[in-house]
Design a binder for this molecule. Structure first.
Ligand code: VTB
Length: 314
């Protein structure tokens, strides 16, 4: 594995913090677009200061839909290593617009060609902290996954918790989970955070599942890799347009189930900074001339996995 230089931990931590701070000023202003734009603008200008040949593989969409941080955009000073970069400058635009918990600025990087470039479509996902094969699988019936999980963890199904986005498309899964007596953790948005709740017992989540954004799946996978957790995802290409965009990005099998290491491989660094406080990290706090931030940071090759709290002067 070609390790990413440790200096990138601090450089990307700073990018994530600055993007979060920019969105902070839009909390509770009912303006999703402005909050997103603030984070995007800042993330882009901060990334351009870094000595790297960076390429966006997960961003705000394709060039025709996103003027900035579009998939394929080149960033950095163009001297330094070739890096793949995945960004979600504002994960949870509703959270910021409505002053609700859980908004994050998220970024992840890997060496060139090691991070999957995903189109803007939905993805069916599953994550647990179980690496053993054949215990949990995206293609097993839900009942089998829950029974296997219960047996593996030596818990009764009623003592298991499943995290899932609260959406009508999940009605059937939610009903089945209720029938299986599994405890639900329904989230209204923000399934990067949802998928990461399996990484530590303190969150009390045994399994994350359901359909959310594909880009969010790739970002979650890069942190889950550092935690030695499991993730599987399958993109849902529904329209001809989805399929043609996917083809252009090199995807041949539209029905493929991706294992974690087909999404992210080699070394990687992941940063998620809180904008509003949530399950993973606290939000930005501003005091007269300084601000406090919390970022969950992971670095696969060094084993770094921690929450970094910073206090910075304006
Ligand atoms: C998903 C999820 C995100 O928005 O993309 C969701 O992955 C949108 O889903 O974390 P719907 O189309 O069902 O609303 C988030 O929750 C926030 O960006």
């Amino acid at each position: 594995m070609i390790s990413l230089d440790k200096k990138f931990e601090n450089l990307f931590l700073n990018v994530s913090i600055q993007a979060a701070l920019s969105s902070y000023y839009l909390i509770g202003k009912k303006n999703k677009q402005a909050a997103d734009k603030a984070a995007v603008d800042t993330m882009r200008s901060e990334l351009n200061k870094i000595d790297m040949k960076g390429k966006i593989v997960i961003g705000e969409g394709e060039l025709d839909k996103a003027p900035m941080l579009y998939i394929g955009e080149k960033l950095g000073t163009m001297s330094g290593p070739e890096l793949d970069i995945a960004v979600d400058p504002l994960e949870g635009t509703n959270f910021v617009a409505n002053n609700l918990p859980g908004a994050l600025s998220v970024i992840s990087l890997a060496n060139k060609s090691n991070l999957f470039s995903a189109p803007e479509t939905y993805m069916n996902k599953i994550s647990t902290n179980i690496l053993d094969k054949d215990v949990i699988d995206l293609d097993f019936p839900l009942k089998k996954n829950i029974n296997n999980l219960a047996e593996y963890k030596n818990k009764k199904p009623e003592n298991l918790t499943a995290c899932i986005l609260d959406r009508p498309r999940h009605k059937h899964i939610i009903e089945q989970l209720i029938n299986l007596r599994v405890k639900l953790k329904l989230i209204t948005d923000g399934d990067i955070s949802g998928a990461l709740l399996v990484t530590d017992e303190k969150f009390g989540v045994d399994i994350f599942l359901g359909i959310g954004g594909g880009p969010e799946g790739v970002l979650a996978a890069s942190a889950l890799d550092a935690y030695n957790c499991n993730f599987q995802g399958r993109f849902l290409f529904e329209t001809d347009e989805d399929k043609s965009r996917a083809s252009k990005m090199g995807i041949k099998d539209f029905n493929k189930k991706y294992e974690l290491n087909e999404i992210i491989s080699g070394d990687s660094i992941f940063c998620a900074t809180g904008i509003t406080s949530g399950d993973l990290v606290s939000g930005i706090e501003i005091h007269e001339d300084e601000f406090i931030s919390e970022t969950l940071i992971t670095h696969k090759s060094t084993g770094l996995k921690k929450i970094i709290k910073t206090k910075q002067k304006f």
